[in-house]
Ligand binder design. Sequence first.
Ligand SMILES: Nc1ncnc2c1ncn2[C@@H]1O[C@H](COP(=O)(O)OP(=O)(O)OP(=O)(O)O)[C@@H](O)[C@H]1O
Ligand SMILES: Nc1nc2c(ncn2[C@@H]2O[C@H](COP(=O)(O)O)[C@@H](O)[C@H]2O)c(=O)[nH]1
Length: 241
Amino acid sequence: MTFDQVDSPVPLPTDRPARRGLLIVITGASGVGKGTLRERWLAGQNVFYSTSWTTRGARPGEQEGVDYVFVSPEVFAEKAQADGFLEHATFVGHHYGTPIEPIEAALARGQDVVLEIEVEGAMQVKARLGEEAILVFIMPPSLTELRRRLEGRATETPERIEKRLLRARDEIMHAHAFRYVVVNDDLSRAVEELLAVQRAERAAQLPPQAWSAEDHAAVAAAAQVRSDHLSPEQLARVVES
Ligand SMILES: Nc1ncnc2c1ncn2[C@@H]1O[C@H](COP(=O)(O)OP(=O)(O)OP(=O)(O)O)[C@@H](O)[C@H]1O
Ligand SMILES: Nc1nc2c(ncn2[C@@H]2O[C@H](COP(=O)(O)O)[C@@H](O)[C@H]2O)c(=O)[nH]1
């Protein structure tokens, strides 16, 4: 028996991570570039990316269990009824949901978790988890550019693109509900802003005296993309352009 154990009736938590992981949610209109940004932002990081369940069919090249878990509406409904989702929503005719168990496990072992979901689901996460969820809205430079990206990706029929764009207008008007707003015009700058947000939120768990120079820089950069800087006029300009 070691000295420590004699002094401590409760075993010391040597194998427990020092902190819980961060839960970061990126949200925004379909086609704004969430997936593109997420891949670049998380490259080389040991972050848990949550694979969603969906009732839509797989697109060419999409892999079961990697891009999504593809299920029938019946299987989805069973999981929802059993409270197996952190959030779930219907988006242009299909159901999408975030399975709760793997997320809870990753956060408990100290791993950061990233969700990439549409706006209604992100609002549910906010209502359920409050300040624990770090919500980032990804803003397109304009609706015209959003249309160009959706058409260029060529994964939807023209009719479905119109439905996604119609929904996008409403989603953009909710941007102020999220903690941060990152404009995805220049991809590299937007990735830098996401890295700054992640670093700043980690730093916020420590007293400022413990921050490195990089932490201070990240906190300053993240402050620039807080949603309270966003004016109603800026939002209107995006949906009207
Ligand atoms: N900053 C950018 N500039 C120009 N094109 C971009 C930019 N970011 C992403 N794109 C392009 O826009 C298209 C849509 O991107 P992506 O699939 O990542 O969007 P998404 O928000 O994840 O969509 P969904 O929500 O439907 O899954 C892709 O063809 C991508 O290459
Ligand atoms: N509320 C949720 N939305 C999700 C989830 N997984 C993905 N999504 C979002 O749905 C739309 C459409 O996706 P697509 O792959 O069909 O283009 C897009 O905005 C995704 O981000 C989820 O688990 N919950």
